[in-house]
Structures are given as structure tokens and as C-alpha cells.
Design a protein around this ligand. Structure first.
Ligand code: NAP
Length: 524
């Protein structure tokens, strides 16, 4: 079976034998994809000339209603998405839920908050600025939906959420979308697009999907387009520096990899609630989706005197976790997505071992439950410990995109902040402490290099939203190595798909223009 591409308002089969999608548990081929021979330039023109105008005829509120229908369609097909997640990602129920339910929730969330923008056609920012003595001449800033297409180049680990968290703000803004899911796990996003197209909710040209290589897609992007990329830092650098993207100053949002940290406060001794909470959080982050989350905890900063106790506590929880075929209810952790990722994880582990002690994992006799180790792509979870973080290199630099975390000892707040900052820009850091001064000073020391800081004290306890969970009302993205992108954060996400401009002119004419607008005060 070959999955077709949906471009220029029709389904099209790519040429050639294409690329195989593989079940990471059995090694069986599931389907094939190919974008060969698909006219990507025509696809973008169709999106800009058909999809965009149709969307922009609608108000924000009407587009929000459309998103609600998309969310209902996705919710109606949820079981099928779980089935495909199992087949193509080896996802168990919690893994699939994280991606699929996260996707549906995000779509619903934007359908709900989008209503606040009401009947507006564009956005008005700030007050009228008098520019003449008699106030007859004035200035007003506006934000207009881009008249191009939004091109989403996505990572393999969140085929559903990665699609929806970008699609929702883009469609709400009035910008048509062209999705290029990562090849190894393209099936789920493909099926979602198929369901949305079948439901006839979106005007032609509003949504397109290209499965297979992106080929020369970026050669055809234009000044009005937006490229939103999620993936590795290496590919991000290639996208950012692509000649046509540079020449036309195409707006690019990058969500790349990230060496996130979780921090145990010096006040959290063994036996305290926070010590326990962070232990559980580390195990959850290592095992959920087999650690294939861009937000997963990669480094755990631990006061040196607690290093051994914390390591023991995590190992005690990690060692009973059964790893294997998600079709077997005993298995609590699934595989990584394919053999290439498995090899990449093992290569990363080998590098880290050069400067860290292995507390758990790296067992030569490791065997997954109910799966052939030759054909499947399982990685044993691992916990490492680094006694001298400031002299270490790989622990701050190598993102093992799998079930692995490293404890890094710190001696005082200064060394903690220096170690954490060695991530050179991360999506998230979490701080577990009841010491308000410590938490405050840590936030002040690391905030500029992080997109999100999660602070947990005993009063919050288990009510926090989770180190690795991205909530649509709050910012997702991170500076530096994490790509410098910004996504979500409620209606702020729409700003990526709008262009700011100012009109300097007759004040009465500007007021009339402003009547067509929703106010950005709703966004902030
Ligand atoms: P990847 O290899 O960089 O690929 C990402 C996407 O880029 C895929 O769709 C890929 O297509 C495409 N691509 C590759 N080369 C391209 C080129 N020259 N031009 C245009 N597109 C190109 O990343 P991945 O392995 O799928 O994902 C894992 C990484 O994503 C991890 O590092 C993780 O940290 C990061 N990630 C970050 C976030 C975040 O929000 N910050 C979220 C999830 C994942 P093909 O698959 O067809 O090659």
C-alpha cells in the first residue's frame, strides 16, 4: 500500500517504489510513501491562491468554529489513530494518548479561545498614535494574516500533536497549511488529513500533505510564506540557511533538540515529598514514548550529597519497568521508532559513558519482552551519573533521543546555574524545591536560556502539569540550541502567521480600518 499525497486539492500517488514505513516491534513493512513526481511548486501556489483567500473570507470566529469541527472529526477517529500509533510507532496506550489526545485537545483549545477574536479580519495592536498637532494625522499598528502558505516540516516523534499544534493557530489565523510529516511515522498525520478532507470541513487548498522527502519544497517558498520546522538541530541549520529561504527572508520558526534539565533543590532530602516526586518524574520522562520527547528530562541536577541516594531511588523505580511489545500488557515501555534511532541512541550512550558512570542500563544481555531483538528497535532504559559536570562535554551536548537521563552533581547554586546553562538553550527546566530563595535565584540564573521553567514545591505537589507536558495555553519553544522558536502560548501563537505593519494616515480612515479588527489586547 502506498500512501498518497494530497496536493492541489487532489490525492496523488508519488512515483517509484518509495520509502517503507516499518513496525518497530516486528520489523514488518506497513506501507510505502513517495513524494517523487509531485509538483510541490503547484501545491504551494494552489494553497496560496485557493486555500488562503477562502480562509480569509471567514472571520476568526468562523474559523474557530471550523477548528471545532476538525477536532470533532479527529475525536471520532481516535481509535484508528491509536491503532496506527501502535503499528507505526510501537506506542502503547499512554504513549499514543500523549500524542493523539494532546493533538485533539490542542485543536479543541484553539477552537475555544479563537472565539474571543470574534468577527475581526485582522488584528489591531495598541492605541492610535497622534502624529500631527491637530490629530488629523495618526499612526496605528496592525497585524494582518500572511497571504502565503504555512509549511510544516515535522519530526517523527509527534505525528499527531506536531501536526495539530501548528495547524490550529495557522488555520485560525487564516493561513492554509502544507504538512510534511517525518517520513518514518507519516501514516498517522496522513490519516488525520485524510479524515479532515473526507469530512469536507475545510475549503480546497486549505490543507495539503506531502509524504516522503521534502525534495525541493523550500526552493518554492516565497516572501509571504511561513516555514515551521521541528526536528534535529542539524536539519534546522540546513533549513535556516537554505538559499531561497535566506534570499526571500522567509519567516522560519525552528523547534529543535534540547538538553533539558530537572533540578533537585538542596532542601530535598531522601524521604521528602519533592525528592519522591522528582524521582517519579524522571522515570516517567525516561519511559514515556521511550524518551522520544523533545521536552524529556536529559539531565538531572542533584546536590552532590544526594547523588547516590537519588540515583538509587530512580534505579529502584526504573529497574522493574518491563520493556517490550506493547501488545503484551506486561510491557510498560515500547521501542524507539526504528533501527536507525536505536543505533543513534546506542551511539549516544557510548559517548556519554566516556564521562559518566552507568547506574542502570547498558546491559549486554537485555532482551525485550515478546519481540525479536534482531527485528525490533528497543532500547533498554538507562540512568547515568556525572560527578563533574563542568568538566564534562557530551552530557550537555549529546541529545540521546531515547530512554536515557544523566544525573549531574552540583555543589552550590553557582555551579548549578553554570551546569544548567551548558545546555546552551533548552525547551524546559524544572525546579523541585521548597526553598523560595533558591527557586527564585535559579529562575533568575537560567530564565533567559529556557522557554519554560516549571517550579514545583510541596504546596503544588502532584498538581503540576509535568516536566515534559506542553500545555497550549503556555509557551513552547526555547532559545539557542532549542531553535529559538515560539509556539502555542494561547493566542500569541497566531502572531507567527500575522505580519505587523503600521498605517500612518488620516485618523478617521484609520478608525474605520480599526473597526474591521480584533484587538491584540485579547491575545495578551
Ligand atoms: P530530523 O531528522 O531533523 O527531521 C525532521 C524533519 O525534517 C523531517 O520531516 C525530515 O524529513 C525533514 N527534513 C530532513 N532534511 C530536510 C531537508 N534538507 N529539507 C527539508 N526537510 C528536511 O528530525 P527527526 O529525527 O524527525 O526528529 C527528532 C528530533 O526532533 C529530535 O532532535 C528532537 O529533539 C526534535 N524535536 C523537537 C521538538 C520541539 O518542539 N522542539 C519536538 C519534537 C522533536 P524526512 O523524515 O523525510 O527525512
Amino acid at each position: 500500500m502506498k500512501l498518497h499525497n494530497y496536493v492541489s486539492g487532489q490525492w496523488m500517488e508519488g512515483a517509484g517504489s518509495g520509502e517503507a514505513l516499518i513496525d518497530p516491534v516486528t520489523g514488518d513493512e506497513l506501507a510505502r510513501i513517495s513524494s517523487e513526481g509531485v509538483d510541490l511548486q503547484a501545491a504551494l501556489i494552489f494553497a496560496r491562491t485557493q486555500g488562503g483567500p477562502a480562509l480569509r473570507q471567514l472571520s476568526y470566529a468562523q474559523r474557530a468554529e471550523m477548528l471545532a469541527k476538525v477536532a470533532d472529526t479527529l475525536a471520532a477517529n481516535r481509535d484508528e489513530y491509536f491503532r496506527l500509533s501502535l503499528l507505526n510507532l510501537g506506542a502503547n496506550q499512554p504513549d499514543a494518548s500523549f500524542d493523539v489526545d494532546g493533538a485533539i485537545y490542542t485543536m479543541k483549545y484553539y477552537a475555544k479561545i479563537g472565539k474571543a477574536l470574534a468577527e475581526g479580519k485582522m488584528l489591531k495592536e495598541g492605541a492610535l498614535i497622534p502624529l500631527s498637532k491637530s490629530n488629523v494625522f495618526a499612526g496605528q499598528h496592525f497585524l494582518m494574516p500572511a497571504k502565503g502558505a504555512a509549511i510544516f516540516i515535522n519530526a517523527f516523534n509527534f505525528p499527531a500533536w506536531g501536526f495539530c499544534e501548528k495547524a490550529a493557530p495557522s488555520l485560525l489565523s487564516g493561513v492554509p497549511i502544507v504538512v510534511k510529516p517525518a517520513s518514518p511515522t507519516a501514516w498517522l498525520a496522513h490519516r488525520m488529513v485524510e479524515d479532515i478532507v473526507k469530512a469536507g470541513i475545510l475549503p480546497p487548498g486549505t490543507v495539503s500533505i506531502v509524504c516522503g522527502s521534502a525534495r525541493e519544497l523550500l526552493d518554492h517558498v516565497r516572501e509571504e510564506d511561513i516555514v515551521s520546522f521541528t526536528g534535529s538541530a542539524d536539519t534546522a541549520a540546513r533549513i535556516r540557511s537554505q538559499a531561497n529561504v535566506l534570499r526571500r527572508s522567509v519567516r522560519v520558526n525552528i523547534e529543535a533538540d534540547s538538553i533539558n534539565s530537572a533540578i533537585l533543590g538542596p532542601d530535598c532530602a531522601p524521604g521528602t515529598e519533592l525528592f519522591d516526586l522528582l524521582t517519579k518524574e524522571v522515570v516517567r520522562e525516561v519511559t514515556l514514548k521511550a524518551g522520544q520527547k523533545c521536552t524529556a528530562i536529559r539531565r538531572v541536577m542533584v546536590p552532590r550529597r544526594q547523588l547516590k541516594a537519588f540515583g538509587d531511588a530512580v534505579v529502584a523505580r526504573l529497574s522493574p519497568v518491563k520493556v517490550g511489545n506493547p501488545r503484551n500488557p506486561e510491557a510498560k515501555m515500547g521501542p524507539v521508532v526504528n533501527k536507525a534511532q536505536q543505533a543513534s541512541c546506542l551511539e549516544g550512550l557510548a559517548k556519554l559513558k566516556g564521562e559518566c558512570e552507568v547506574l542502570f542500563g547498558d546491559d549486554k544481555n537485555f532482551l525485550p519482552l515478546d519481540a525479536d531483538p534482531q527485528k525490533s528497535a528497543f532500547v533498554q532504559p538507562a540512568l547515568l551519573s556525572c560527578k563533574n559536570g563542568l568538566d564534562a562535554k557530551y552530557v550537555h551536548d549529546v541529545e540521546v533521543f531515547g530512554p536515557l537521563a544523566t544525573l549531574v552533581a552540583y555543589d552550590d547554586q553557582e555551579s548549578l546555574i553554570a551546569n544548567t546553562r551548558r545546555g546552551l538553550g533548552s525547551l524546559v527546566a524544572s525546579i523541585f524545591s521548597d526553598d523560595r530563595r533558591f527557586t527564585r535565584e535559579t529562575i533568575l540564573g537560567i530564565g533567559d536560556l529556557h522557554g519554560r521553567v516549571l517550579a514545583v514545591n510541596s504546596a503544588v505537589g502532584a498538581q503540576h502539569t509535568g516536566h515534559g507536558n506542553v500545555v497550549p495555553s503556555c509557551l513552547h519553544g526555547g532559545p539557542g540550541r532549542a531553535g529559538g522558536g515560539e509556539e502555542l502560548a494561547g493566542l500569541r501563537a497566531l502572531l507567527l502567521y500575522h505580519r505587523r505593519f503600521v498605517v500612518q494616515g488620516p485618523a478617521d480612515g484609520i478608525r474605520e480600518l480599526a473597526e474591521l479588527c480584533a484587538d491584540t489586547a485579547v491575545i495578551y
